[in-house]
Design a protein around this ligand. Structure first.
Ligand SMILES: Nc1nc2c(ncn2[C@@H]2O[C@H](COP(=O)(O)OP(=O)(O)O)[C@@H](O)[C@H]2O)c(=O)[nH]1
Ligand SMILES: [Mg+2]
Length: 320
């Protein structure tokens, strides 16, 4: 495969070019990294990623994330917005539910060029997000109005999503112990919106909404963060989808209106870059660059100077 991807064709939403762009940022060979940096720089010059709304969708396996994502895609398409989806599949075979890719192929219009769905293996990485997910999100952000990132969240490990998303939607299902697990695992500080899916299961869903609301209220009081909306949904019948969509958009609109978006994204990028640095160079690499805080400060400087994620990592790399 040629390593050159035409950024103009990516920006024009040519599906094959978008797919190749993501393959390029996933490619770990050094020569691919140079081409990926080139491409990300060209996409970033377009300035198009600035207005994109990046939505992370996470939660335990089998709760209906993919079904909900399909419904959200249809909702945004009905509003004339283009949607790129990155579904990060767990490498573990012990997962419930179908892969979004398969579902989307069945339920969405295959000729609609304004929707793009891509799966990525998480490689068993802690946090469930693939190593290349941040760069893939950068690619999709330059191309689509909305980017959805679906990841499987299992307990405490699922915190990386907030570094690549502007808005985090947490999905749970009633009567599965999810609610309790959610509270115990300290995930209460991550979501901006919570969907209690499978509300068609009845009273048990109503109870789960109430329990979550009180837990999240306490969490918000403790952390000073805004209290997330909790909404009952039935992704398979479409109940509550419009409300979730509105809540996601309201969260993003508030961040944009407050003028915090550029600063929030810079901080998230720096946190994500620091995670990637540690994954790539290990504890020894971090120590060699003066510890985690120094690494983060150096990466922050690079990113503030306009470097892409990969460029920042390359400039801060430890001596071989
Ligand atoms: N009863 C009910 N089942 C649902 C609902 N949403 C999804 N499901 C089912 O739950 C299973 C897992 O859904 P999926 O979207 O693959 O879950 P994921 O693993 O979280 O992505 C599938 O059999 C879905 O048909 C819902 O709102 N109500
Ligand atoms: Mg899924």
């Amino acid at each position: 495969m040629s390593l050159v991807v035409d950024s103009e064709r990516v920006l024009a939403r040519d599906p094959a070019s978008v797919a190749r762009a993501i393959s390029l940022v996933e490619d770990r060979r050094p020569e691919a990294e140079a081409a990926a940096i080139e491409l990300l720089r060209a996409l970033s010059r377009s300035g198009r990623g600035a207005a994109c709304h990046r939505v992370g969708v996470t939660g335990p396996p089998g709760v209906g994330k993919s079904t909900l994502v399909s419904a959200l895609i249809r909702g945004w398409r009905a509003r004339g917005r283009s949607v790129g989806v990155l579904a990060v599949d767990p490498s573990s075979p012990r997962s419930g539910g179908a892969l979004l890719g398969d579902r989307a192929r069945i339920e969405l219009d295959p000729d609609d060029r304004e929707v793009f769905v891509r799966s990525m293996a998480s490689g068993g990485q802690l946090g469930g997000l693939a190593r290349a997910a941040g760069a893939a999100v950068e690619v999709l952000s330059a191309v689509f109005d909305v980017v959805l990132i679906e990841t499987v969240g299992v307990g405490q490990s699922e915190t990386d999503i907030e570094h690549v998303a502007d808005t985090v939607l947490f999905v749970v299902q009633p009567a599965s112990g999810d609610v309790l697990q959610f509270i115990k695992a300290g995930i209460v500080e991550i979501p901006d919106v919570v969907a209690v899916n499978k509300a068609d299961l009845g009273a048990v869903a109503v109870r789960a909404v109430a329990e979550l609301e009180s837990a999240l209220r306490l969490g918000a009081e403790a952390s000073g963060r805004a209290e997330p909306r909790v909404l009952a949904t039935s992704a398979s019948t479409g109940v509550g989808i419009g409300e979730v969509l509105a809540a996601l958009e309201a969260h993003f609109a508030a961040v944009v209106a407050g003028g915090q978006l550029p600063a929030v994204r810079r901080a998230k990028n720096a946190a994500w870059a620091t995670r990637l640095f540690a994954l790539r160079y290990g504890e020894r690499g971090v120590d060699q660059r003066g510890g985690s805080r120094a690494v983060r400060a150096a990466l922050e400087r690079e990113l503030a100077g306009g470097a892409t994620l990969f460029e920042a990592l390359a400039s801060v790399a430890p001596e071989p």
